[in-house]
Design a protein around this ligand. Sequence first.
Ligand code: 8YV
Length: 295
Amino acid sequence: MSQPPLVHVTGVIPDRVHDALASEFELTGQAAGADGVLSLIPTRIDAAFLDAAGPRLRIVANYGVGIDNIDLEAARARGIVVANTPDVLTRATAEQAIVLMLALLRRTAEGDRFLRRRAEWRFSLEFMLGESLDRKRIAIVGPGRIGRETARLAEAFGAEPFFVGRGDPLHDGLRDADVVSLHVPATAEAHHLIDTAAFDAMKPTAVLVNTARGSVVDEAALVAALQTGRIAGAALDVFEFEPAVSPELLELENVVLAPHLGSATRETREAMGLLAVSALRALLIEGVMPSNVVP
Ligand code: 8YV
């Protein structure tokens, strides 16, 4: 029998995914000489990585739908297929957008912090009043799979989502929104899409939710907009210089923070991993193009 293809994994993966991988492939601790790479998003897959991996490398399967950690041109130039994990994380990520939105508007995290400080309190009708999602106009920036699912879930809370796509005038959408929720991929074109001018376009009562990628927001401009009251709050799952978080954000009560947990449920993370494994299997064992190739 011929040797199983060699696969290198760039980080720690769930046991179930590891077992699936190990049952069909030989795992190697280094990229050099591998036929396939299973990449986690903190690993930058650039020309240097691909060259170090060497000429056997045929596929990089990314453990995530966002592929901004991969230099697609460099992969293409070397004839290397890139796959990602769409669909399986759509619900979990949209759910996280709603969780953050509600936590910010209803001051959930703020109330939690308040109690943990062992602050003295007594029930009061005027205490820590928040806002409902009901009838809020939500600008869904990026009407892709996750953006559309976020809109669908938001409607169940009585919100009025509307989509802002590539060709649409962004600032008109921002002007109209009570909540701005970001769902665009981190392309060069989307870098700092939300900058000072964007914050100036937003209502001072509006809030920003980011479950996409940190680079879509100019984080320094966000800090300034929050500190000066240009916008009313922010809920962030991702950060421009991840894993670093701008320290000013940690000081603000009207900010909800999560450490990149958009797809972080056991089921979703396993489904993502198994989808990535299926791409490796398709190309390296069955000799067919995976269905989840990045076009
Ligand atoms: C994951 C993500 O946390 O899919 C993405 O683009 O950002 C998240 O779902 C990440 O990819 C895990 O490696």
